[in-house]
Design a protein around this ligand. Structure first.
Ligand SMILES: NC(=O)C1=CN([C@@H]2O[C@H](COP(=O)(O)OP(=O)(O)OC[C@H]3O[C@@H](n4cnc5c(N)ncnc54)[C@H](O)[C@@H]3O)[C@@H](O)[C@H]2O)C=CC1
Ligand SMILES: O=C(CO)COP(=O)(O)O
Length: 439
């Protein structure tokens, strides 16, 4: 058992630690030898100590053994000007991702222009503009308080100015605001620009249910991938270790390695020692999982608020995962089933969101107070958004159009509770799988 634990730990360290991962031929010593085991532990400790990195330049986060100054993927030669990045959005996740990116652009200044622009939907905090506070105190006091931001992250309240000259646009706003944003951007984004959507949700319009990345591509004419994973923003912002999935498909006009955005560039842009990134092709899979787990999280919140316990929450998550996969296979057949269980964007995001996300908090509060979803969101989140509230309506409307609501009893039950005052206590009955016909 001890040996197994050590082996597991070694394998983990080998995957995450630069010294060990760089030495692929490093042989594991025989576990029966106490002496060599001790030698190994001493070597390992000294190697790790040597590589524990400097404190984060803003100095507010703790050192930890996963810190390192560089990564293997940085061996990349650029055959063009460094990529310029703009983050569109400055909420809880928008600011966190902007921080991650700004740390990386400073580190890899041969690949990226160090200055990162972050578009802010400006508002007054007392007498001051939030933008000015971010640029002078280097904190987003409203949406990500008590986290120091890199000084190369520049807040900009002018949307069109913020994207000027940008090569990569990182969209990160609550998804209900996306149509208005892309409308303002139309005609101002060159076709060579690439984009990543960090949003969770769908666009429901004349084209039916659409991935937000496809919506950006259709509306702006630029290739767009997605970033989604088990990433509650407050934990990532504090540099507590987590992982995510980025998905991107090379466009038809891909310019070639070193000249255009590809998986290597995206890994360099988002990967941090405390934020591990896996880059894949399955944009649809990660986007569907990211959007729909917010609906499942609302159901988990109802269960929690009613005090039904862990078994009930696990049952909801099991059923929810089934409906997520079914939705993907039915409406986005290009998505891969393995993404849902192998990637951070799949079951891992479902678990973290159902444990500690905003959707679960809002639904728990609804159950405890009898307030509506929108009242709960307003009272609890200080301007932040629980995306499941809108997503469950979008999913319902789409399924109703397809006459398929009965195929997704959990999604439908959440919708009915949120919008039609159906009793939460009836949840088990609404999702009961009846195999026996009552004659
Ligand atoms: N917060 C989190 O832990 C995570 C969030 N996400 C997703 O990322 C996306 C963005 O979420 P957050 O950054 O957390 O946003 P948020 O929930 O903090 O929303 C607040 C943001 O919305 C902006 N806003 C308010 N009214 C607006 C308007 N009319 N037009 C444009 N912007 C407006 C505010 O200025 C603020 O920047 C969402 O789709 C969310 O599901 C994904 C992973 C983690
Ligand atoms: O998407 C998230 C975690 O990956 C955040 O979920 P909440 O919006 O429910 O906090």
């Amino acid at each position: 058992m001890l040996a197994l634990r050590r082996l597991t730990r070694y394998t983990f360290l080998k995957r995450t630690h630069p010294v060990l991962s760089a030495h692929r031929a490093y042989k594991f010593f025989p576990l029966s030898s106490t002496c060599s085991r001790r030698t190994f532990q001493i070597q390992l400790r000294s190697k790790m100590t040597a590589h524990i990195n400097h404190k984060s330049h803003n100095g507010n986060q703790d050192d930890h053994p996963f810190k390192r100054s560089d990564s293997a993927v940085s061996i990349m030669h650029l055959k063009r000007e460094p990529f310029k990045i703009t983050v569109i959005g400055s909420g809880n996740w928008g600011t966190t991702i902007a921080k991650v990116i700004a740390e990386n652009t400073e580190l890899h200044s041969h690949i990226f222009n160090p200055e990162v622009r972050m578009w802010v939907f400006d508002e007054k905090i007392g007498d001051e503009n939030l933008t000015d506070i971010i640029n002078t105190r280097h904190q987003n006091v409203k949406y990500l308080p008590n986290i120091d931001l890199p000084h190369n992250l520049v807040a900009d309240p002018d949307l069109l100015h913020s994207i000027k000259g940008a090569d990569i646009l990182v969209f990160n706003i609550p998804h209900q605001f996306l149509p208005n944003i892309v409308k303002q951007l139309q005609g101002h984004v060159a076709p060579h620009v690439r984009a990543i959507s960090c949003l969770k949700g769908f666009e429901l319009g004349s084209k039916g249910v659409q991935l937000l990345s496809s919506y950006v591509t259709d509306e702006l004419g630029v290739q767009c991938g997605a970033l989604s994973g088990a990433n509650l923003a407050p934990e990532v912002a504090k540099e507590h270790w987590s992982e995510t999935t980025v998905a991107y498909q090379l466009p038809k006009d891909y310019q070639g390695e070193g000249k255009d955005v590809d998986h290597k560039v995206l890994k360099l842009l988002f990967h941090r020692p405390y934020f591990h990134v896996n880059v894949i092709d399955d944009v649809a899979g990660i986007s569907i999982a990211g959007a729909l787990k917010n609906v499942v999280a609302l159901a988990c919140g109802f269960v929690e608020g009613m005090g039904w316990g862990n078994n009930a929450s696990a049952a909801i998550q099991r059923l929810g995962l089934g409906e997520i996969i079914k939705f993907g296979r039915m409406f986005f057949p290009e998505s891969k089933v393995e993404t849902y269980y192998q990637e951070s964007a799949g079951v891992a995001d479902l678990i973290t969101t159902c444990s500690g996300g905003r959707n679960v908090k809002v639904a728990t509060y609804m159950a405890k107070t009898g307030k509506s979803a929108l009242e709960a969101e307003k009272e609890l989140l200080n301007g932040q958004s629980a995306q499941g509230i809108i997503t469950c309506r979008e999913v319902h409307e789409w399924l109703q159009t397809c006459e398929l609501t009965q195929e997704y009893p959990l999604f439908e039950a959440v919708y009915q509770i949120v919008y039609n005052n159906v009793r939460m206590e009836d949840l088990p009955e609404m999702i009961e799988e009846l195999d026996i016909e009552d004659k």
